[in-house]
Ligand binder design. Sequence first.
Ligand code: ATP
Length: 432
Amino acid sequence: MPTSRTPRSSQLALSALDALAGAVLLVDASRRVVGLTSALEAQLGAPVREGTLLSEVLVPQGGVERLEAVLTTGRETTARLRAGAETQAVRVRAVALEKEGWALTVTREPTARSAEGAEVFHGLWTQDAELRRVFRIVEKVARAESSVLVRGESGTGKENIAHALHALSVRGKGPFRAINCAALPPNLLESELFGHVRGAFTGAVRDSPGHFRLAHGGSLFLDEVAELPLDLQAKMLRVLETRTVIPVGGRAPVPVDVRIIAATHRALRREVEAGRFRADLMYRLRVVPIFLPTLRERRGDILPLALRFLGELHQRGTRRVERIAPGARRLLEAHTWPGNVRELRNVMEYAYVIGEGAVLREVDLPPEFSEGRTASSPSVALSPTAGVLLDEQKVRAALARAGGNRSEAARLLGVSRVTLWRRLRALGEAGH
Ligand SMILES: Nc1ncnc2c1ncn2[C@@H]1O[C@H](COP(=O)(O)OP(=O)(O)OP(=O)(O)O)[C@@H](O)[C@H]1O
């Protein structure tokens, strides 16, 4: 814990420990913290004051009473590391120091990682360094009350991240509500968000609390927040500023204590420039922006994720796929994955059902993989214009194959109905 009072030699010793051993905690003979490396501070997400009792930071398996055994035996033990309101599973080992006190090395419990360099974080699997960096940011930000805006394409795991932000926060035991701002017409959206009083409109036969009040004491996830109409943006801003909601048809403001987590696939700044989104609301929502990488930006995840999904399918079905043929692998790796991980899971389900035997072959993949249009050449795959054209072709092909049924077309494309609706709207064909 390098502070202005820490002598220079101790600061140097701590940074050496940081470089050599990572997360280390130093305690004196009275079992009080005298220092910690910045790696441990990062893991905790907050500084620990000098003089804090070791028992307030670390609880070994078997309870605080076992602390002495940890210090005296020097054996590696599993323990819970206290990080704010959260605790983390860790392995800890103590080394007695020559003059007095101990140095404790703290490593995360390996069960959280499924393979070397891979990690499962609140349902999201990855071995990509960038996405794992995002997970660490999420852990830190969750503990603060800051407003978070998650930006990522459809199917990149925005909702999982919102859940993680809630679960890891002090509000974790409170309610989590999610609402998709793109899925409802404006008048319905307003009453879904803010509630309504009986008689506010035809059909309002009783009072309804709305998502804000239902999320009281917890978090509210506003998915596709860029689609919020301008008049609702003004109302939303008022709610965030006054921390009260006025239900549709009501007069009295009702106090609400809710943390907002917003998400969008759009660049909100560009929406502001185009006059479609209020700058003041953007600043309110976007205190901490979090960017989720697309699946095509982390191609190393494609095949391991595909195998994981095949494993899950095997749990439910009878076919056991042991490997993916080289041709199919190449196609999967070259695909642009506009629907990201959701699309990959759907493609695997398709191939699992269509094919037979232990090998997943090229011909088992959905038709768009054999149509030669799905960017088998990476240069085409990575061109944004090509991506847009491809989307339109794919949307039309999927709709045709689904006989015009949008739910089925969305399933074939591996995107949510809302995403398909958005694409159709961009093509001027969303209907009403
Ligand atoms: N890295 C990942 N590992 C495992 N599953 C994933 C991963 N990323 C996404 N998923 C799964 O893909 C599906 C889509 O994720 P999610 O709904 O969070 O995406 P989204 O970004 O909110 O998309 P949309 O905006 O279309 O709703 C979920 O079932 C999620 O669990």
